[in-house]
Ligand binder design. Structure first.
Ligand SMILES: Cc1cc2nc3c(=O)[nH]c(=O)nc-3n(C[C@H](O)[C@H](O)[C@H](O)COP(=O)(O)OP(=O)(O)OC[C@H]3O[C@@H](n4cnc5c(N)ncnc54)[C@H](O)[C@@H]3O)c2cc1C
Length: 676
């Protein structure tokens, strides 16, 4: 009954509206209006009813019309929202007429995912604005104070923050999104799903740079369809814990599922996102709101950059709109270790992936001795991590390398010596100045390793000698390679050629401050992946934000660095005595993040000027300190030794690129005399 009444009401309303329209258009009325004269007061009609009554009646008529108008508008708007693709509400430019759906539609998981990415990003953008608006300026102020104190020629302008809020957004959102360990974290997924023939965004390599890139793409283009192709049979994961925290786990299930405890004891997953986060590859094309899929166990062998087609080793072809090469690198093998007999090869691990971790862990359970080749950060971290088994008398751990001390390519000689002693104290038999000459099988089935000057028997060999970039892919695809560092040549926007970008370990990029470089570090993969992702959506941003890197020799000793840290350069180090709060463990406890590129984002950047304390240069105690690397007397690199969460200051000092009369005064900015 009430429905009937409503219909009648609507009909009368519409006839009212149409009569109004006819009135204004009728020629008869037009004529009448032209001849119309303003009536005098006496000629005006007098209502029969009381004025008040007439007024109330008119008011109620107008209110009814207003109500009807509002209802009609509301109904039309709701129909507009539900009938058309909800994606257009996020970005009206994406409306496609082919996406008209049945009127009542429950938002699907995909849409919810996009909305959550969006809102997360916008909230973080606000947070970034606040952070950048205050903290960076505080650093600038502190620099100015030091300039005055030191009477040096340090002048710091209140320049805008290096990283724009949107540039930081992806990493910050990454920080938010790194999942709590879930049952799904052992995220192997079935390979060889049918691939789409064409995809707007193709990311090659399922590693850290791709992960950062897809977050950036999604933040700027919420309905993007992104396909990641990775030759490992795993979803994107972070590598740093493979040589650190994962070795400190005793729970076999957690190990298998790649759950690890941060130095502060908090449990995390190695995977960036669980499987449920991703859209199955065969469903990606039909997702009107876009999505991210990972095709695992598939390898791209060639790109036709003109036709924008990627060719896979299994014969599949994919046409792409924009493509990112984030293929990282493969572990270098030493010449004497190439072409080994199969039986020897079986006992050699070139350490890079999850499988290497699992295999090595398994092998070492029945081994008496392991020998690590490589004195860099990976070799030294692994040596320290395995040293705990040596301390328990379970395993002999040798570390051999040709340099004079641990991390000698990075640390100044005195600090490298100190570190070598530290690694020894972790139960490692360190063999510096040892060039490997050959490995062969003994009659007893062990390995005999011949080093320059000595021989040793061991059960297993681990090679940690850096990575090399896939030259075959570059040659097959006509991609230019930088001869000096082997990376794929890109400009300052990480663009390699039209519609093709490169990020992470594989990129030989143009650093406006430090020249052409290639960097094999986690934070660089995040920073460059994010920038490339933004540029793939048209941001046209240049690289300005210097990435950092970190290395931990177990929970007690660690460093963070930025810029060019090359021990061949002159250095100035300023040290203070460390306390028990100056450790990676304490730093992680404070920030609650194992991934330092995230904790860097969260770090307190307020700098308090140190009162004139005792500053030691050199000396025997290198508990904590700051080391400046100089080129033509200007700072080109900063290494923070057991000093954490001060990377913003180092970045600022590096950006200045100035020479200083007294670096101990600049060191005070890092507040190394105060506990963490
Ligand atoms: C054990 C370990 C510990 C580390 N610890 C630290 C640390 O403490 N601090 C630090 O700063 N850095 C550390 N790093 C370095 C850091 O992890 C790397 O710099 C980072 O992972 C590089 O990211 P990426 O995305 O460029 O490459 P990757 O993470 O290597 O990802 C590339 C992916 O692409 C795949 N791929 C390659 N070619 C193809 C192809 N043609 N088709 C399909 N897929 C392909 C690879 O298999 C790989 O899965 C560590 C590295 C390792 C191995």
């Amino acid at each position: 009954m009430s429905l009937l009444r409503s219909c009648k009401f609507l009909a009368s309303t519409s006839s009212f509206l149409s009569s109004t329209r006819n009135f204004s258009k009728s020629s008869f009325r037009q004529k009448a209006l032209q001849n119309w004269k303003r009536p005098s007061i006496d000629e005006l009609g007098v209502p029969k009813d009381a004025w008040r009554h007439v007024y109330d009646r008119n008011q109620s008529k107008f209110n009814t019309q207003l109500l009807i108008g509002t209802v009609v508008f509301g109904v039309s708007f709701s129909a507009y929202v539900y009938v058309l693709d909800p994606g257009m509400i996020i970005d009206p430019r994406t409306v496609k007429y082919s996406t008209i759906l049945p009127i009542i539609k429950k938002p699907d998981e995909e849409a919810l995912q996009i909305l959550s990415v969006e809102s997360e990003a916008s909230v973080l953008e606000e947070e970034d604005k606040v952070a950048l608006g205050t903290s960076e300026l505080e650093v600038v102020e502190e620099l100015e104070v030091v300039a005055a104190v030191a009477s040096s020629d340090l002048v710091v302008e209140a320049v805008p923050a290096e990283s724009s809020p949107s540039e930081d957004k992806a990493v910050s959102s990454e920080a938010e999104s790194v999942p709590e360990p879930s049952k799904e974290t052992n995220a192997k997924i079935a390979p060889l799903a049918p691939l789409p023939e064409e995809i707007p965004y193709l990311l090659i390599g399922a590693g850290t740079a791709s992960f950062a890139a897809f977050r950036a793409i999604k933040a700027r283009d919420p309905t993007a369809k992104i396909l990641i192709i990775g030759d490992e049979e795993r979803l994107p994961y972070m590598r740093p814990p493979l040589s650190k925290e994962l070795w400190f786990i005793s729970d076999e299930t957690a190990k298998r599922e790649l759950k690890f405890k941060q130095w502060n004891g908090k449990e995390r997953s190695l995977y960036y996102e669980p499987q449920a986060f991703y859209t199955p590859v065969d469903k990606l094309e039909e997702q009107k709101n876009g999505g991210i899929s990972v095709a695992t166990g598939r390898r791209v062998v060639r790109l036709d950059t003109e036709k924008q087609v990627a060719y896979l080793s299994d014969g599949a072809e994919i046409k792409y709109g924009k493509c990112l090469l984030a293929t990282g690198g493969s572990p270098k093998t030493l010449p004497v270790l190439s072409n080994l007999p199969a039986a020897v090869e079986e006992k050699v691990t070139r350490f890079r992936k999850v499988e290497d971790f699992h295999n090595l862990d398994k092998v070492l359970q029945s081994s008496k001795s392991v020998t690590i080749f490589g004195g860099g950060f990976l070799g030294s971290e692994l040596a320290c991590a395995l040293g705990q088994r040596s301390k328990l008398g379970l395993l002999e751990v040798n570390q051999a390398y040709q340099e004079a001390g641990n991390m000698a390519k990075v640390l100044p000689e005195y600090l490298s010596e100190w570190t070598t002693e530290k690694v020894k104290s972790e139960g490692v038999n360190v063999l510096p100045n040892s060039r490997i000459k050959g490995v062969k099988m003994t009659e007893g089935g062990r390995l005999e390793v011949e080093l320059s000057g000595s021989k040793l028997e061991t059960d297993h060999v681990v090679v940690a000698a850096g990575v090399e970039i896939d030259q075959a892919l570059a040659a097959a695809s006509g991609i230019q390679v930088d001869r000096s560092n082997g990376g794929y040549l890109v400009n300052d926007q990480f663009e390699c050629s039209s519609n093709l970008w490169v990020a992470g370990d594989a990129a030989a990029f143009l650093d406006p401050q430090l020249g052409r470089r290639r960097v094999e570090h986690h934070d660089h993969a995040v920073v460059s992946g994010r920038l490339a992702g933004e540029n793939m959506t048209g941001a046209a941003k240049s690289y300005t934000h210097q990435s950092m890197f970190w290395s931990d020799l177990g929970p007690e000793v660690g460093y963070e660095a930025i810029g060019i840290v090359d021990s061949k350069l002159p250095t100035v180090g300023v040290f203070a005595k460390a306390t028990e709060t100056d450790t990676p463990k304490a730093a992680v406890t404070k920030s609650n993040e194992a991934d330092r590129s995230i904790s860097e984002q969260m770090a307190e950047t307020k700098v308090v000027e140190t009162a004139a304390g005792k500053v030691e240069e050199g000396g025997d105690e290198y508990g904590k300190g700051v080391i400046f690397y100089l080129k033509e007397n200007k700072i080109v690199g900063v290494l923070l030794w057991n000093v954490f969460n001060r990377m913003n200051i180092a970045r600022r000092v590096l950006k200045e690129g100035r020479s200083y009369d007294d670096l101990t005064e600049v060191a005070k900015l890092f507040n190394i005399h105060a506990p963490e």
